[in-house]
Design a protein around this ligand. Structure first.
Ligand SMILES: Cc1ncc(COP(=O)(O)O)c(C=O)c1O
Length: 439
């Protein structure tokens, strides 16, 4: 066995130990051998560890306490099913050809392979008049969210759904758009939190929402699983147009929509002048590890001085990125072939069926569960309970990892998120364990 593979079997706890020669004074602060470089103050402002590392730490502690427990992870939203052969073989063929004089390719276009940009425009935006030149292929939408923050700089104000995917707020803090974290509210200053819950059909009350430059909006939403209706998105686009704001619309889960909800913000008239869309192959094609996504920046989207935003985004992509892996892009093209689409939608259907099993499980226990119909996430309400307490109780009694809703913002308190990504037998086993805990 190689050194490398041996290392991959080391326990997490070993890897997390500080090196013996370094003294840890307070959490994360090491005293020996400091440089003279001051820490980025924005990084200092970041409140918690990123949510998922914190969950991993708790999982490791649980494994130490119950070494024989069979843990089921319904936590991090990572895909579990193997890639369809038609997609993996296209990447394997491409990779093999790289070893031949005819098949070798070096750098590609920073904006992505032309054929793939065209296929994305046609497949996901059909008759919405998105041009291939408006599609920027990337290594995933989380990376694009940060690149967009770099493009926007620290002088803009932002609004986010509360609860929401943590990358919007964290990248905003890192770039310097946010003020200090307030313990009393669980919010950063200078960020507009748009509360979304069952009380407002998971759509913010825009009449009380302050104007911001940027509005991050995710639909179907992670974590609530809610897909905004056409009527809601018309209100959102109108709001952005009235305020001269830009919507950064995250459609990473659009493939899970089963009802009439729009799959793209560009289905809404007027959106081209106010919206950027980020999206991903991660959850539709199981590319969470392969890494492939895209961002659409329409021609008509302009800064206040009339400068096209697309030109600046192009500059950011050329300077800070240099293009997605050509092997991943070959896989992306295979995904969008007729056989590829059929194959990946059948995987999506399997996850949707998992979601249905989970929704039924919670419903049978008399718990209020949202989502799961248009998204691979089920959002479960435990009125009066703190979400980390619910997380801990479920882990302690059933060995199931969930995600505490408060990790997605103060609006997630009293909820947990459960993912439908998982092998069917694990979902069924989790369902049985939850039934015996709560019934
Ligand atoms: C809403 C949302 N956007 C973006 C991402 C990141 O996707 P990618 O793998 O393309 O970086 C995730 C991942 O969980 C997500 O939930």
């Amino acid at each position: 066995m190689s050194k490398f593979s041996t290392c991959s079997f080391m326990s997490y706890t070993t890897l997390l130990q500080p090196r013996a020669s370094l003294k840890v004074q307070k959490e994360g602060i090491v005293t020996a051998r400091c440089t003279k470089v001051a820490r980025n103050l924005n990084m200092e402002k970041l409140r918690n560890n990123y949510l998922f590392p914190e969950i991993s730490t708790r999982e490791i502690e649980h494994m130490k306490k119950y070494p024989n427990a069979k843990i089921i992870s319904l936590g991090i939203g990572d895909t579990t099913d193997p890639l369809p052969e038609i997609i993996s073989s296209s990447m394997a063929d491409y990779a093999r050809a790289l070893s031949t004089p005819e098949g070798y390719k070096g750098y590609g276009a920073e904006q992505g392979n032309k054929e793939l940009r065209k296929a994305i425009a046609e497949t996901f935006y059909g008759d919405l008049a998105i041009k291939d030149t408006e599609v920027f292929v990337s290594d995933g939408s989380q990376c694009d969210i940060s690149r967009l923050q770099l493009l926007l700089g620290n002088n803009v104000s932002i609004a986010v759904q509360d609860p929401s995917f943590p990358a919007y707020i964290d990248s905003s803090v890192i770039i310097g758009q946010a003020g200090d974290f307030q313990d009393e509210t669980g919010e950063y200053r200078n960020i507009e939190y748009m509360r979304c819950g069952p009380q407002n059909h998971f759509f913010p009350d825009l009449s009380t929402t302050s104007r911001t430059d940027i509005i991050f909006f995710c639909s179907p939403n992670n974590p609530t699983g809610h897909a905004a209706s056409r009527k809601q998105l018309i209100q959102l686009v109108d709001f952005a147009r009235e305020n001269g704001s830009i919507i950064v619309y995250d459609s990473a889960y659009a493939a899970y929509i089963t009802d009439e909800s729009p799959r793209s913000i560009y289905e809404i008239p007027g959106a081209r002048e106010v919206a950027i869309e980020v999206s991903s192959f991660s959850k539709i094609a199981g590319f969470t590890g392969v890494r492939l996504g895209w961002t659409v920046v329409p021609d008509e989207l302009l800064f206040s001085n009339g400068f096209p935003i697309m030109n600046d985004f192009n500059r950011i992509v050329c300077t800070c990125f240099n293009g997605a892996s050509n092997i991943a892009q070959a896989g992306g093209l295979a995904c969008l072939s007729p056989g590829g689409i059929r194959a990946l939608l059948s995987v999506v259907d399997r996850y949707k069926e998992n979601a249905r099993i989970l929704v039924d499980t919670f419903a049978s226990l008399g718990l209020k569960a949202y989502g799961g119909v248009n998204a691979p996430y089920v959002w479960v309400h435990f009125p009066g309970s703190r979400s980390w307490d619910v997380f801990s109780e479920i882990l302690e009694k059933t060995h199931i990892i969930t995600v505490p809703g408060s990790g997605f913002g103060p609006g997630g308190e009293e909820y947990i998120r459960v993912t439908a990504f998982g092998h069917r037998e694990c979902i069924l086993e989790a369902s049985e364990r939850l039934k015996s805990l709560f019934s």
